[in-house]
Design a protein around this ligand. Structure first.
Ligand code: IPE
Ligand code: IPE
Ligand code: MG
Length: 253
């Protein structure tokens, strides 16, 4: 379909600028193969590599990946510790590759709870890649949407107490400025693999008008063709942001 014909139908014509993914299903992928869950997490890292590569090729601006939620500490100690080792090993092998591909690495979440070595590795990766101008890859690690909102509330309250702002200055824009991803385009497309249809405390504020896409594919099986399917679904949707469909088709209505 030509860009013009798409415009007439009022559907999203362009690739999403920002894709946010809950990478779910690693454990079940391994269990189905009668293997320990960590094997699924390792296969999940390979899927991340494929998806990052695809987003780079497609000129996607931002890819946000939910790697570890603030609730994932509730998992068995062994799994948490294997996951931490996998994060560390992955950063060690991937940061240079990201840098070579002009990818800017960022993190959102309460990084301070990770062990000092992992924190240092994260900080080093962020600094090394901060001037890159290609894909921005955001890793949500020890992230929770409620945590994000509570942090924003804390920061705003501190500004009020310091007399820097008045209570009447608090509005949606100000909230937005204090939340994760504030300086990036809002997520256009949200994907959750693994068959569950829930947000699991991911980006609560930021997903307000994001197009949601759920797939049964387990994360280690999610490949470039699967992402392409999600993007095709996104491109076929009419984003109304509260307006009527007619207004979207003809902005002067
Ligand atoms: C997602 O896969 C990865 C993390 C939460 C770290 P899961 O580990 O949740 O896999 P399932 O949902 O148990 O299959
Ligand atoms: C969400 O997956 C978190 C990540 C993918 C990092 P979970 O597997 O933790 O979500 P629930 O527990 O099924 O809601
Ligand atoms: Mg899960």
């Amino acid at each position: 379909m030509s860009a013009n014909a798409q415009l007439l139908e009022g559907v999203a014509t362009n690739n999403p600028r920002h894709i946010a993914i809950i990478m779910d299903g690693n454990g079940r992928w391994a269990q189905k193969k009668l293997m320990p869950r960590i094997i699924g997490h390792r296969a999940g890292v390979k899927a991340v590599r494929r998806i990052v590569e695809y987003c780079t090729q497609q000129g996607i601006e931002v890819l946000t990946l939910f790697a570890f939620s603030s609730e994932n500490w509730r998992r068995p100690k062994d799994e948490v510790s294997l996951l931490m080792n996998l994060f560390m090993a992955t950063l060690q092998t991937e940061i240079n590759r990201l840098h070579e591909n002009n990818i800017r690495l960022r993190f959102i979440g309460d990084i301070a709870s990770f062990d000092a070595k992992l924190q240092a590795k994260i900080a080093a990766g962020v600094v090394q890649t901060q001037e890159n101008t290609g894909l921005t890859l955001v890793i949500a690690a020890n992230y929770g949407g409620r945590w994000d909102l509570a942090e924003a509330a804390k920061a705003i309250a501190a500004d009020v107490l310091a007399g820097e702002i008045a209570i009447t200055d608090i509005n949606e824009d100000l909230m937005h400025q204090h939340l994760a991803l504030a300086d990036l385009p809002e997520p256009d497309l949200f994907i959750r693999t693994g068959g569950e249809q829930r947000i699991s405390n991911f980006l609560l504020w930021q997903l307000a008008y994001t197009e949601l896409y759920f797939t049964d594919a387990l994360w280690p099986d999610f490949d470039q063709a699967a992402l392409e399917q999600a993007i095709i679904s996104y491109k076929g949707r009419q984003r109304r942001f509260g307006r009527t469909g007619d207004q979207v088709l003809n902005p002067t209505v």
